[in-house]
Design a protein. Structure first.
Length: 155
């Protein structure tokens, strides 16, 4: 499932890697990633590092392109008033399986600092709802991410 999502995410945006607009699914994904790590009011260095790693891996970016995407994603997150704009872009761009995998990536960010805060949990829940990801899949992805992070998943 991750390979399919990674291949798809790498194809997003076509050949114009420098053309990062609010309607670019890569920017929408980065904005939602920023929102989840900022949800508890403290963006830990481990979370920021994990965010960079995820984006770099998912989109096969060099350092300069990663920085551009991080800046565009942060700006989109700062300007957004809700999750609808970003999730609607991703909902159109991703199939159901890819949406579930995206939620798993969000959980990886939640567990990057070793702590699952209720505000981060709420962000992932709301994004999953808007993307049409079932509660069952959301919880299963949380459990998988917690297991990989070595964090016990207290429901």
């Amino acid at each position: 499932m991750f390979e399919k999502l990674q291949n798809f995410l790498q194809s997003l945006g076509g050949d114009e890697k420098d053309a990062l607009t609010r309607n670019d699914p890569r920017v929408a994904a980065a904005a939602l990633f920023f929102h989840v790590i900022d949800a508890d009011g403290v963006a830990e260095p481990a979370e920021r590092e994990k965010l960079g790693e995820l984006l770099k891996k998912q989109y096969t970016l060099d350092k300069a392109d990663l920085q551009k995407l991080l800046e565009a994603g942060k700006q989109a997150e700062d300007e957004s008033v809700d999750f609808y704009a970003s999730t609607s872009i991703l909902k159109r761009a991703l199939d159901n399986e890819q949406r579930v995998a995206f939620i798993e990536l969000m959980w990886e960010l939640v567990y990057a600092d070793g702590v699952r805060h209720e505000l981060e949990d709420n962000v992932v829940w709301r994004v999953a709802e808007l993307l049409g990801v079932s509660d069952r899949d959301r919880v299963f992805m949380r459990q998988r991410a917690a297991e990989r992070a070595g964090a016990g998943d207290e429901s």
